[in-house]
Design a protein around this ligand. Structure first.
Ligand SMILES: Cc1cc2nc3c(=O)[nH]c(=O)nc-3n(C[C@H](O)[C@H](O)[C@H](O)COP(=O)(O)O)c2cc1C
Length: 363
C-alpha cells in the first residue's frame, strides 16, 4: 500500500502524534479504533519492548498505526562539561531535597538496536524525527512492509527525506509542542509556521504531507486538509485525553494554561523544545545556550524532572505543549477524535456555503 492510499483509507484523517512521556499504546489503539491513526512513541523503549508493543497492537487491530523513533547518536561528552552542567543543576536538586546524580554511563537508548527491533516487528508505518535515515535503512523498512515518514521543519529537510526515499513527510510547524525534528539548521532558524510549511513542502516534494503543529480542533483539521495535507497530526490536543500518561502537575498546568503560555527552550534537554514556561526555563534562559547538547542535558535533568513529578513541583518539569494549549479539552481519545471530525465536516459545509452561496451555486 502507498502512503497516499493508507491516509485515504482512514475513516478520519487525524493522526495522534507520537508523544514520548505523554502517550502510550492505549492512546494509539483508541485513536486507531476510532477511525484515525494512532502512533506509538517508541523513542524511550528498549528493543524488546518495541517488539512486544508492536506485536500487541497488531494483535489488537487490523487498522494501520504508526511507530515513532528519535534518531539520536550515542554521546560521549567531555567529563568537565558534564560536571559543569551538574553544578548548574545543583540548586534545583537542593530545592527538591534530592541527591545530584553521578555522571551517567549511558545518555540515550541505542538507536541502532531500536531500529533493528522496529524492522523486525514491521509496523504498518514508522516515523522518525531529529535526523534523516540513510537510503538503505529506508529501503529495508519498505521491504519489510513498513511505510516511512520523515519529520521536516523546513523545505530543505523535506527534500532530504524525499532524497532517501521516504514515503511521506510530516511537516511540523513552529507552533508544535515538545521537541521538533529540525536537523539541518538549529531550532530557532527552523520555526516556520504550519500554514506556510505545509504548502511550501507540498510544492517542493511529490509526496503526501502530514500537517503538524497548532491543530487543536476540527477547524484546524479542515484547514490542514484545505492546504493539501493528506492528514492532520495532533499532539497537544490529546494531552488531556483520558489515555494521556502525563502526571497531575503537568495536567494541571495544561488545564490552567493562559493563551500565551509556551516558549521554546533548550534548558531541559539540550535540544529546542516548546513547553509551558516555568521557573526552570526562566532561570536558565541566560545560560541555556551553554547547556550540553541533547541527549546529555536530557539525561542530566532526568532525576530532577522525575522528583518534580513525584513532589508535585511543576516549576522543574518539562511541560511540553504547543501554542494552542489553551484550547486543549478533556475526554476519551475516541470521543475527541470523533468530535474534531464532526467539527471539520461542519466547517467544510460552512465553507462550501460561503463559496457556493445558499442555493449551492458558485458565487
Ligand atoms: C508532550 C509531547 C511529546 C512529544 N514527543 C514526540 C516524540 O516522541 N516524537 C516525535 O516525533 N514528536 C514528538 N512530539 C511532537 C508531536 O509528534 C507533534 O508533531 C506535535 O505535537 C504537533 O504539534 P501540536 O502539539 O501543536 O499538536 C511531542 C509533542 C508533545 C506535545
Amino acid at each position: 500500500m502507498t502512503a497516499a492510499a493508507l491516509f485515504e483509507s482512514l475513516a478520519i484523517p487525524i493522526i495522534q502524534a507520537p508523544m514520548l512521556g505523554a502517550s502510550g499504546p492505549a492512546m494509539a489503539l483508541a485513536v486507531t479504533r476510532a477511525g484515525g491513526m494512532g502512533s506509538l512513541a517508541a523513542g524511550g523503549l528498549a528493543p524488546e519492548d518495541i517488539v512486544e508493543q508492536i506485536a500487541a497492537l497488531k494483535a489488537a487491530t487490523d487498522r494501520p498505526f504508526g511507530v515513532n523513533l528519535l534518531i539520536a547518536r550515542a554521546a560521549a561528552p567531555d567529563p568537565a562539561i558534564v560536571t559543569e552542567a551538574l553544578e548548574r543543576l545543583a540548586p534545583w536538586h537542593d530545592r527538591l531535597g534530592i541527591e545530584l546524580p553521578a555522571p551517567p554511563n549511558d545518555y540515550a537508548p541505542d538507536f541502532d538496536a531500536q531500529f533493528a527491533a522496529l524492522l523486525a516487528a514491521a509496523p504498518p508505518l514508522a516515523s522518525f524525527t531529529f535526523d534523516v535515515l540513510n537510503r538503505d535503512q529506508v529501503a529495508a523498512l519498505q521491504a519489510a512492509g513498513t511505510l516511512v515518514v520523515g519529520t521536516a521543519t523546513t523545505v530543505a529537510e523535506a527534500r532530504a527525506w524525499a532524497a532517501v526515499g521516504a514515503d511521506a513527510i510530516c511537516a511540523q510547524g513552529g507552533e508544535a509542542g515538545g521537541h521538533r525534528g529540525e536537523f539541518l539548521k538549529p531550532g530557532p532558524e527552523s520555526l516556520i509556521g504550519t500554514m506556510a510549511l505545509v504548502v511550501t513542502v507540498r510544492a517542493a516534494v511529490d509526496l503526501p504531507v502530514i500537517a503538524a503543529g497548532g491543530i487543536m480542533d476540527g477547524r484546524g483539521v479542515a484547514a490542514a486538509l484545505s492546504l493539501g495535507a493528506a492528514a492532520a497530526q495532533m499532539g497537544t490536543a490529546f494531552l488531556l485525553a483520558e489515555e494521556a500518561t502525563i502526571g497531575k502537575p503537568w495536567r494541571g498546568r495544561i488545564e490552567s494554561a493562559p493563551d500565551d503560555a509556551t516558549a521554546v527552550t533548550r534548558a531541559f534537554t539540550g535540544r529546542h523544545a516548546r513547553g509551558i514556561e516555568n521557573d526552570f526555563m526562566r532561570a536558565l534562559r541566560p545560560v541555556e545556550g551553554e547547556v550540553p547538547d541533547y541527549p546529555v542535558q536530557n539525561r542530566l535533568t532526568r532525576d530532577m524532572r522525575a522528583a518534580g513529578g513525584r513532589l508535585g513541583d511543576s516549576e522543574v518539569l518539562s511541560l511540553w505543549a504547543g501554542q494552542g494549549v489553551s484550547l486543549t479539552r478533556a475526554g476519551s481519545a475516541a470521543d475527541l477524535v470523533q468530535a474534531w471530525w464532526d467539527e471539520a465536516r461542519e466547517v467544510s459545509a460552512a465553507l462550501h456555503a460561503r463559496t457556493h452561496g445558499p442555493d449551492g451555486h458558485r458565487r
